[in-house]
Write a protein that binds this ligand. Structure first.
Ligand code: 5RP
Length: 221
């Protein structure tokens, strides 16, 4: 079974968490694309969706699923999204697809965050996957210098403009032993919009597609 088949398996397993008549939070990426395909099969059971990117919004609309502005919605019962890495506390690195800011906003609003991924994404220590940081364009060099002081090696993701009109630095070389501390430290750098550490608001459930079926992982204390 290849990684995409594992992603698909995890994505379909997430249907079990969808509440009837609720608004579903939808993330971004190849795993989420499988989830949107799955969600379309039960679209009559949901009120609609809120989406973390133009790409996911388009795919949802193509299936005839109504997409609400987050400001129109009082409650998001479940948010389903992928990840680039998860540790055993279900703290994540996200943003490989560049949608980290809107993803973090919907995750903050959601009652339950269900992360879907293939089994390669579960790691002991976060940081092998370069940590995406979305920055206001004019602050890019300043933020990069501050990140170097923290021990990271920022690389400008050339040619990419986020849905919010910003740019991304991918930070290599971090062994993230204290994810919450680093998330807060990066947030404090002027010009940073969001960083891809989801540690203050981790996932509640991780569905991992694997050769042996989908594993349900809950945060270890
Ligand atoms: C997008 C994300 C994605 O969830 C993450 O990059 C995983 O992507 P994929 O499902 O394609 O492996 O954070 O910003």
């Amino acid at each position: 079974m290849n990684a995409d088949e594992m992603k698909k398996q995890a994505a379909w397993a997430a249907l079990e968490y969808i509440t009837t008549d609720g608004v579903v939070g939808v993330g971004t990426g190849s795993t989420v694309n499988h989830f949107i395909d799955a969600l379309a099969t039960i679209k009559h059971r949901i009120e609609g969706a809120v989406s973390s990117s133009h790409a996911s919004t388009q795919r949802l609309k193509d299936y005839g699923i109504e997409v609400f502005d987050l400001n129109q919605v009082n409650e998001v019962a479940v948010y389903v999204d992928g990840a680039d890495e998860s540790n055993h506390a279900l703290q994540l690195i996200k943003g490989g697809g560049g949608a980290l800011t809107r993803e973090k906003i919907i995750a903050a609003v959601a009652d339950k965050f269900v992360c879907i991924a293939d089994s390669s994404k579960l790691v002991d220590v976060l940081g092998k996957f370069p940590l995406p940081v979305e920055v206001i364009p004019m602050s890019r060099s300043y933020v990069a210098r501050e990140i170097v002081k923290l021990g990271g090696q920022p690389v400008y993701r050339e040619g990419v403009i986020t849905d919010n009109g910003n740019v991304i630095l991918d930070v290599h070389g971090l062994d993230i032993m204290e994810p919450i501390k680093l998330e807060k430290t990066l947030n404090d750098i002027v010009g940073v919009v969001t960083n891809g550490l989801f540690a203050m608001r981790p996932a509640d459930v991780l569905l991992l597609g694997s050769e042996n079926g989908t594993q349900t992982v809950l945060a270890s204390k």
